[in-house]
Design a protein around this ligand. Structure first.
Ligand code: CP
Ligand code: NVA
Length: 302
């Protein structure tokens, strides 16, 4: 594995599966009261330039459960917020801590941080990617379906960071992926280029029903991501037909699961009815952020 986890594209299928296997065993040990203490005495710095509930809490608690500790660093409180260059922040933090998690806007900032830091850097969400989320999603699919190979995953909504990582991670794990987005809301072009290698298992369609047809897993995410608040109204209009509701779910397999990375906007990308019917899986997914990230940190920071 590389020094860092900056994007989903960097992980091979076998690396993804190794992370998921370790996450499963860390979760089982934790549930059995025998938590793995792989990172005793280690510290993670967590830089946040955007809001977070799950990422912040799961990384912080995850470090604690592994025997280490974590520092919450709001970018606006760091000198970074006053213009200190990323390369100096990276080299400074590398002298104090054992790993850095960063949630920010530009993917390039994460890549630059990783380039200059001598310690592992983990992407906790950028406008382009959300690899930790997708590791938790794949872990949740495996838990509920017993496998990944050959399952059909449908993503309906905005082709955002979560969609980008999900397409890459799911295709790498030999799932069939169907993405339904309106014009102008396609996944990133790097992702579409990557998906060209999977002509038999990837499709980009306009009709949500076509994507959902016979799906084992149906996924969506907010229509306006962090940083797009000003576009919220226009996006609601553009994406109005791309809602996960019971009519759409009727096209999926009867035992299909629904995933949502959260936070969710009810009655926008998903109805309350479908959300609540699948709340158990959705909160398993939220829980699995903790175990999947403990596996990533254990592998990178040990
Ligand atoms: N899914 C996710 O990353 O949630 P937060 O924004 O609360 O961290
Ligand atoms: N696409 C969303 C995901 C939030 C976890 C966002 O970037 O805001």
């Amino acid at each position: 594995m590389k020094k860092d986890l900056t994007k989903m594209l960097d992980l091979s299928k076998s690396e993804i599966l190794s992370i998921l296997d370790l996450a499963d065993s860390i979760k089982a040990d934790f549930k059995n009261g025998k938590p793995t203490k792989t990172l005793e005495g280690k510290t993670l710095a967590m830089i946040f330039q955007k809001s977070s509930t799950r990422t912040r809490v799961s990384f912080e608690v995850g470090m604690y459960q592994l025997g280490g500790s974590a520092l919450f660093l709001s970018a606006s409180d760091l000198q970074m917020g006053r213009g200190e260059p990323i390369e100096d922040t990276a080299r400074t933090l590398s002298r104090y801590v054992d790993g850095i998690m960063i949630r920010t806007f530009a993917q390039k900032d994460v890549e630059d941080l990783a380039k200059w830091a001598t310690i592992p850097v983990i992407n906790g969400l950028t406008d382009y990617d959300h690899p930790c989320q997708i590791l938790a999603d794949l872990m949740t699919v495996r838990e509920h379906k017993g496998k990944l190979d050959g399952l059909k995953l449908a993503f309906v909504g905005d082709g955002n960071n979560v969609c980008n990582s999900l397409v890459i991670g799911s295709l790498k794990c030999d799932m069939k992926v169907s993405v339904a987005v309106p014009e102008g809301h396609e996944p990133h072009e790097d992702v579409l280029n990557f998906a060209k290698k999977y002509p038999n298992t990837f499709e980009l369609v306009r009709d949500p029903a076509q994507a959902a047809k016979d799906a084992d897993v149906v996924v969506t995410d907010v229509w306006a991501s962090m940083g797009q608040e000003d576009e919220a109204k226009a996006r609601q209009k553009a994406l109005a037909n791309y809602q996960i509701n019971s009519a759409l779910m009727a096209h999926a397999k009867s035992d299909a699961i629904v995933l949502h990375c959260l936070p969710a906007k009810r009655e926008q990308e998903i109805t309350t009815e479908v959300f609540e019917a699948h709340a158990n899986t959705i909160f398993d997914e939220a829980e699995n952020r903790l175990h999947a990230q403990k596996a990533v940190m254990a592998m990178l920071m040990k």
